[in-house]
Design a protein around this ligand. Structure first.
Ligand code: IMP
Ligand code: MG
Length: 181
């Protein structure tokens, strides 16, 4: 199914200019905090974080290595909250300052799993930068060091966030309006 054919354009929740302004602020804050780092590794979670991560890293001036995880949280034989690593990072992060970059924190299971793994592998520090925080939905605690926006419990798309892999390339965050709801 291609939802973009059946549904009006997602209603704007966070406009493009507001997004870009906030991403610049986050980049400045991160640059300040990592001014003295020996080795910074920016780790994104595929695919949703990519659009945000590219803008953020281009606005940062701190040199950073870049790597990715890909996870899935459902599928045959998985329990709710059981997160699978489908693609691991390639770099060793032992002794590195790791900045984990994610599009949205919802229940928190994905990030909790990845944060624990990064610490277990001997990162010197691990911090989380998430564009969106759906706080009401949290089931496990995940501290967000750099948060773009707190949002209500709405299904959002755009700027990396998808429905069936559509809408990722919208330049804004929109609310998907289900025609069958
Ligand atoms: P968590 O493990 O429940 O925190 O799941 C986080 C993942 O769920 C995100 O990386 C997104 O891929 C997905 N997700 C959660 N809420 C939304 C939404 O409103 N729109 C699109 N994807 C979402
Ligand atoms: Mg996703």
């Amino acid at each position: 199914m291609n939802p973009t054919k059946r549904v009006p354009k997602p209603r704007v929740l966070i406009a493009e200019d507001a997004l870009q302004k906030r991403v610049s602020e986050l980049a400045q804050e991160i640059d300040r905090d990592y001014a003295d780092t020996e080795r910074l590794v920016a780790v994104g979670v595929l695919k949703g974080s990519v659009f945000f991560m590219v803008d953020l890293l281009q606005k940062m001036t701190s040199p950073a290595q870049v790597d990715f995880f890909q996870t899935s949280s459902y599928g045959a034989g998985t329990e709710p909250g059981e997160v699978r690593i489908r693609k691991d990072i390639d770099l060793s992060i032992r002794g590195a300052d790791v900045l984990l970059i994610e599009d949205i924190v919802d229940t928190g299971y994905t990030l909790r799993t990845i944060l624990d793994l990064l610490r277990f592998r001997g990162a010197k520090s691990v911090k989380l930068c998430a564009l969106l925080d759906k706080k009401e939905r949290r089931e496990v605690e995940v501290p967000i060091d750099y948060c773009g926006f707190e949002i209500e419990d709405l299904f959002v798309v755009g700027y990396g966030l998808d429905l069936a892999d559509y809408y990722r390339n919208l330049p804004y965050i929109g609310v998907y309006q289900d025609p069958d709801a």
